[in-house]
Design a binder for this molecule. Structure first.
Ligand code: FRU
Length: 439
């Protein structure tokens, strides 16, 4: 089967959200939303890849596919847990009210019912789609207790005294909300609480993920319609330092929020813990065009998530960073593979990586991809970080279709999808620019 290095990419088809990310029996398993028949979104399956080291990803084909009434039109996003040696996957099954006669793979009117399902596996590789699926939360009747259509993406975790689940949903007055459930046995789930935020943060909260870090609790989610400025996609992944009380499933929100990534493309991130207990995250990079007419969708480098005070840091996973150990002096020497650039960028300085421009203005890192993202709306070209405070350092990971900029070891990250980068690098920074490839 196909192997990807550094960035997992759609295996000749379409992929979106990462799902069921887990370290299980000595391997990282990463499932993902997948339409296996074309390089565009359609009836969702779960594709599957595994890795020993978070660097090489071996594709293992399709794990979940529609097989029953509740998931007839798609196996939407969800998560994984391990219990007594078994792997349990939780996901949302969708069933359309009406089918589009011209294209059965797309819902014609945004009306469908969503159920929450689970499936277990003895080894993480075999999934009996016909016998082992089970509905754990049937669809809601209408909009009470929550939206019959827009309730999805179960994230399950082991709490202190029980298993917990959070679902993304929307309220009757069109605000995002979270639904919390508890289970003692992973099969029977009881509602515990519903949580929303006073000020609006989009109308539907997709792919919620809630976890504890040494520095405090973090909520990560992908609200739909969070940005209304017309300058960016309306749906964007955010993270917030929160206080979560597990037994009652109550959540205290701060006033603001932080983008998971300051670029315009990362969406629907999901976290798990790595073999050393670090909290790690991957996210889907939205791509407006297919590559070579064949594939669409890729994931960012796995990032370590940390909270310090009110700020959330995303650092390159050390096991990935470690492999960039061969000093090179030109991008050609990487031979088309992903390479790394390190430099300090002072106020007013800039660097041009194969047509992708990075500059520092008023202490923000600003990017412009107009030369390597042609044919798209003007507002999708430029973006920037908030004001940076922790230094001048950039580590930039450059792959054929993705540039990831880690500012001050994860104070902010800014990632951009690109098409047709050249190998020419021009630096107007005073300091030295170091380049690394794999050994
Ligand atoms: C986020 C999302 C999820 C849903 C899945 C469907 O990108 O819309 O909410 O489960 O994608 O593919």
């Amino acid at each position: 089967m196909k192997i990807d290095r550094i960035h997992l990419k759609a295996p000749g088809c379409w992929i979106n959200d990462p799902n069921g990310f887990i370290y299980y029996k000595g391997l990282y398993h990463l499932f993902y939303q997948c339409f296996p028949y074309a390089a565009k979104w359609g009836t969702m399956h779960w594709g599957h890849a595994v890795s020993r080291d978070l660097v090489s990803w071996e594709h293992c084909g399709i794990a979940l596919f529609p097989s029953r009434y509740e998931d007839q039109n798609g196996c939407f996003s969800g998560s994984a847990v391990e219990y007594e040696g078994k792997l349990y996957l939780y996901y949302t099954g969708v069933h359309y009210d009406v089918v589009n006669p011209q294209n059965i793979h797309k819902n014609p009117n945004d009306r469908y019912e969503s159920s929450q399902l689970m499936i277990s596996s003895e080894d993480g590789f075999t999934f009996d789609n016909f016998k082992r699926k089970r509905v754990i939360i049937p669809p809601f009747a209408d909009r009470e207790p929550a939206d019959r259509t827009h309730t999805r993406d179960p994230k399950v975790w082991r709490g202190k005294d029980a298993w917990y689940m959070v679902l993304g949903s929307r309220t009757n007055d069109d605000r995002g909300q979270l639904l919390f459930y508890r289970s003692m046995d992973l099969f029977e789930w009881k509602p515990v609480n519903r949580v929303t935020k006073e000020s609006t943060l989009g109308w539907m909260w997709e792919c919620p993920d809630l976890f504890r870090t040494e520095g405090g609790d973090v909520l990560m989610m992908s609200p739909m319609g969070i940005l209304q400025d017309g300058k960016r996609e309306a749906n964007h992944a955010v993270c917030l330092p929160v206080e979560f009380e597990e037994h009652t499933c109550t959540l205290e929100f701060p006033d603001g929020f932080q983008f998971v990534d300051c670029g315009l493309d990362l969406y629907a991130p999901q976290t798990t813990t790595d073999e050393n207990g670090r909290r790690i995250m991957v996210g889907w990079m939205r791509m407006p065009e297919t590559v070579d007419g064949k594939w669409n969708g890729m994931f960012c480098i796995p990032r370590v998530v940390e909270r310090k005070g009110g700020h959330i840091y995303f650092r390159v996973h050390p096991d990935v960073d470690r492999i960039f150990s061969r000093r090179i002096s030109s991008a050609e020497e990487a031979g088309g593979a992903c390479y790394k650039l390190s430099l300090d960028l002072a106020e007013g300085e800039s660097v041009n990586i194969g047509g992708y421009r990075i500059s520092r203005k008023e202490d923000r890192i600003c990017t412009d991809r107009a030369e390597v993202f042609t044919g798209h709306d003007e507002w999708r070209m430029k973006t920037e970080t908030p004001v940076i405070r922790e230094g001048d350092h950039l580590d930039i990971y450059v792959d054929q279709n993705l540039v990831e900029i880690y500012v001050n070891n994860g104070e902010y990250v800014l990632s951009s999808v690109v098409y047709g980068l050249s190998t020419e690098i021009q630096s107007e920074a005073a300091g030295e620019l170091l380049m690394y490839a794999e050994k």
